[in-house]
Write a protein that binds this ligand. Structure first.
Ligand code: C5P
Length: 224
């Protein structure tokens, strides 16, 4: 069958990765979480106290980073490895979430991540989610989705996810972080979050997971 790329972009906590994972499983494609790459880079920068304003320090740090995805059967998804360490247990921590948008706005960081993302789409059919997949990484993707959801619905979804491992988290904290990331992500100079002209808008505030999956599988069928 002919190769297919599905690009899913949108605001934070819109359910992009949930949908992307289910689509990939159903279609037998690889799922790639591009946000995990920016998060792993941020984790490295935090651990090594990289000065984000120092161009050479940033470039040098990037040259020390190797990222890879390894499928984890228990999760039925891939874990991201940062220089041979499974970084998955750390990359969703609040300390990373608070810094990631600042790191992802740096031009050198984006070219580093985007080059690798483009390579991953070369051979296999994939579903990739992020902020600039349909606009910058795969402008020729066969199917592009732009996901949105009511902001408070998103806050509550993310809160529930985080609360499972961190009972000290507050709604306020989660709300502030989502607002801050969406603001930085959509106003940065380097490939800001925006809907590609040919992306289909999917507002899932009132759609179940099954309903979303069914809708998108129809779109995939129309395009193959
Ligand atoms: O998708 P997730 O919320 O894990 O992404 C974390 C952050 O990584 C986003 O808030 C954004 O700053 C950055 N990101 C990006 N471009 C992508 C994916 C993520 O700038 N394609």
């Amino acid at each position: 069958a002919h190769k297919m790329i599905i690009a899913i972009d949108g605001y934070s906590s819109c359910g992009k990765s949930t949908l992307a994972k289910e689509l990939a499983a159903r279609l037998g494609y690889n799922y790639i979480d591009s946000g995990a790459m920016y998060r792993a880079i941020t984790l490295y920068f935090l651990r090594n106290a990289i000065d984000l304003g120092d161009h050479n320090e940033v470039l040098d740090a990037l040259s020390q980073i190797s990222l890879s995805f390894v499928f984890n059967e228990h999760r039925n998804a891939s874990d991201i490895y940062l220089n041979d360490e499974n970084a998955e247990p750390f990359i969703r921590d609040m300390i990373v979430s608070e810094k990631v948008s600042e790191v992802a706005a740096i031009r050198e960081v984006r070219s580093f991540a985007v080059a690798q993302q483009k390579r991953m789409g070369r051979k296999k059919s994939i579903v990739m989610d992020g902020r600039d997949i349909g606009t910058a990484v795969f402008p020729d993707a066969e199917l592009k989705l732009f996901m949105t959801a009511d902001p408070e619905v998103r806050v509550i979804r993310r809160f529930k996810e985080l609360y499972a491992t961190n009972p000290n988290i507050t709604l306020e904290e989660v709300r502030d972080n989502l607002q801050l990331r969406d603001h930085i992500d959509s106003t940065r100079e380097e490939s800001p979050l925006r809907r590609a002209d040919d992306a289909v808008i999917l507002d899932n505030s009132n759609l179940s997971r099954e309903e979303q999956l069914k809708l998108v599988l129809e779109m995939v069928k129309d395009r193959t």
